[in-house]
Write a protein that binds this ligand. Sequence first.
Ligand code: ZN
Length: 464
Amino acid sequence: MAEPNTNQSNGVSTTPKNTPPTTTYTPRYIDIGINLADPIFRGRYHGKSRHPDDLKGVVGRAIEVGCSKLIVTGSSFKSSRDALKLAKEFPGTVFATAGIHPCSSSIFSSTHHKHHDESQSEGEGGEEAEHTPACGPDPTKPILDGDGVDHARSTKIMTDLADLITQARSNSTTTTSNSPAAELVAFGEFGLDYDRLHYCSKEVQLHSFAAQLQLAASLTLQLPLFLHSRAAHADFVRLLQEAFGPRLERLEKGGVVHSFTGTAEEMRELMGLGLYIGINGCSFKTVENCEVVREVRLDRLMIETDGPWCEVRPTHEGWRYLVEWEVKAKAEAEAAAAAAAAVAAEAETAAAAAAEAEAAASDPTATPGAEGEAVKPGRRQRQKKPQQQQQQAKKNQKKESEVPERYKVVKKEKWEEGAMVKGRNEPCTIERIAKIVAGIKGVSVEEVCEAAWANTVKVFGVDS
Ligand SMILES: [Zn+2]
């Protein structure tokens, strides 16, 4: 169960005595889809080391913003094993999924050359094979054709995947004496991706998805599903129903369709089947995308970054909700500062009056001028404020500072400790997802965070 997470400001140093203490909400997030097993978080880009391994910094920044749980996506044998290792390295913070992504499913095909347990993303081979599958279509790549399924190979793959899952469950360590932390929290990432048939043909993707669904359904103790569906809705739903029944009534632990970019109708059908919807930066690209997000019910919502992919960009429709949020936050901060200044001025006047009365009582020869000067410096200080605010407002008009970065962002060539790398999305940006969803739906960030937290804990049990 989700516990209310409120942070009461004690008001010791700044809040005047006559103002009641304010209750501010401290957001908490679970990133349900973060590809931390990608070598990019170790400083490796396309097979080359570009900067020091800063994975700990990435996890540290996530925790700093309140993203205290990370579900690391396994999308191939290698990334699933690496995700499980990370879960051991960061117990109670990192959890793992295990499965074979549609874009890594060419391991099932007769033309595949390497052993299925060797590389990360299989479709391309070479340098890009190191990285987890990126989000979105790539029209520059040719579509694979006539890439059939190798059934003998498939049997071996599925045996190995079943073993991997069994092993992960039996090796699970405990974080505390009374709460077993299941490191493996979901079956996946798997599904269908018809936008990226250049990594794997439709025929092989369908086989990969169906075979993994069969394994998922046959587990004595089922796992929740972490699903991927792109431009393949009808086949996606059909295969799920074939494995778990027309209402998915045999799907015991539920599941999430992550990185959702489909239509409102598709989303309603998935929610109707009891599935959850994962929202990340890719879900805010267009006006239509944002209209779909508006219709995602709070009790079906999960949020994610899908880093290193899917960052929210200024060109995305969703960006304007971040700008709106900043404008509102700034106005609120200014109003609070003005109110505090008014209270301080009042207190200062009262103190000056008291001092004057005291001075008059103890020194009958005191001149009015001396008392006047004692008040002035304070007034001058206060008068500076509107000017500072104007300068700040001018700065904010610049496009690039519309939405300030919480951490410094540098190019990978200029990597420095504590900075984010430009173009490499990471889990600390999840606060943007929550703000945009809140803006689109017209609800508070607190409602979004608490709903997503509760849904995620309910399905994946990451807060036991
Ligand atoms: Zn995906």
